[in-house]
Ligand binder design. Sequence first.
Ligand SMILES: Nc1ncnc2c1ncn2[C@@H]1O[C@H](COP(=O)(O)OP(=O)(O)OP(=O)(O)O)[C@@H](O)[C@H]1O
Ligand SMILES: [Mg+2]
Length: 414
Amino acid sequence: MADNKNIKLRVEDLTLIFGKRKKEALAMLNKGASKEEILRKTKCTVGINKANFKVYEGEIFVVMGLSGSGKSTLIRCLNRLNEPTAGKVFFKDHDITRAGNKELMNTRRNEMSMVFQNFGLLPHRTILDNATFGLELRGDSKEARYERGMEVLQTVGLKGYEEQYPGAMSGGMQQRVGLARALANNTDVLLMDEAFSALDPLIKSDMQDELLQIQGKLHKTIVFITHDLDEAFKIGDRIAIMKDGVIEQIGTAEEILSNPASDYIKAFIEKVDRKTVITAETLMFRKPTIVQFGKDGPKGAIRKMRSTGVYVLPVENSEHKFLGYVELADMIQLAREKERTVEKALKTDVPSVHKDYTVEQMIPLISNNSYPVAVVDKEEGKLIGLVTQTSIVIEATRYDDDEVIELIEKANEI
Ligand SMILES: Nc1ncnc2c1ncn2[C@@H]1O[C@H](COP(=O)(O)OP(=O)(O)OP(=O)(O)O)[C@@H](O)[C@H]1O
Ligand SMILES: [Mg+2]
């Protein structure tokens, strides 16, 4: 995501140490001591170690890591449910770490709401009263509260359940109420700590879809905590991976998959289903040789094929719009027939995609005609790259890339 986007949250060198001898522990940390060493010498636990990141307006920023890596500690520093030991948290250029009590309360009620793992519903209140609890604390009138409550319950798919009690509802439905309550306050930022982790897998997947759908409409800024990498990759625009209180890498799913920053992350992502994450943009080769329609005739096409060593080339018009492919055999035929243009042999019924198509979406485009998949821009249909069928096959089969390449090479020798 580009830096010219509005920054909603900015975290600078955020550090949190649990225990009594914080100063000593911090001094050790600043000198490069390890978490274990600090624990041994000071009995203090380093919860977060100099975290730096920005969260842009409208994005889902996922913080992911194993149990105990510091995710909850980190998210709770954003609204100061946990008190940072050092470093800063800015909300829209406003330093949260220096906010007074009143200001903090205001921030929690009106700027950043939180959704918890265990839903946090009050059992003796109806769904409507649970969803509007934050508004009640804020002092809104009953009428205003209920009007807003009905709206957000509809948003999360719970219309008709207003008068029910939480105990009568499934986990998934309870968490919808939790989400409705966070949405009711109409804050720009949502902090979600393992919001879906307690749900069974199918309901979890539904909730993820629901969240993405709601996000598509409301464009909140969401910090979402999970220990589930598949969940992180599914819903995160960008993902921060934590280990022992340190953020090891921040990036999009693709950036992390194609360029893991450490062996730890490499090991972590091995299990991920790359074909749902890797896109045409990653696989394509840019600047392919192109036959210019109207400019290059059959002979020109043959010359370009000879010089690149391929027998199929893409064709574009003078506005660089992708038109299709031409093949060497056809070009030779047309040249013999003294045709001036490639038009007669232009194959237009060929696969083309946008750059954000995943491998999974491209698999059905593989066919025995062996044309590459053209990657064109959404606006004008300009050709920006080509994805070979082989690279799709390699990605689609979840083997180690080298192994597959070897298999293909062997097959070609026969
Ligand atoms: N109140 C506390 N006092 C002392 N240590 C704590 C406290 N809360 C958390 N820790 C420690 O800080 C580290 C980070 O814990 P945290 O709860 O943030 O991890 P997490 O990534 O959210 O884990 P989980 O996936 O289990 O929720 C752990 O080593 C934990 O034991
Ligand atoms: Mg946690």
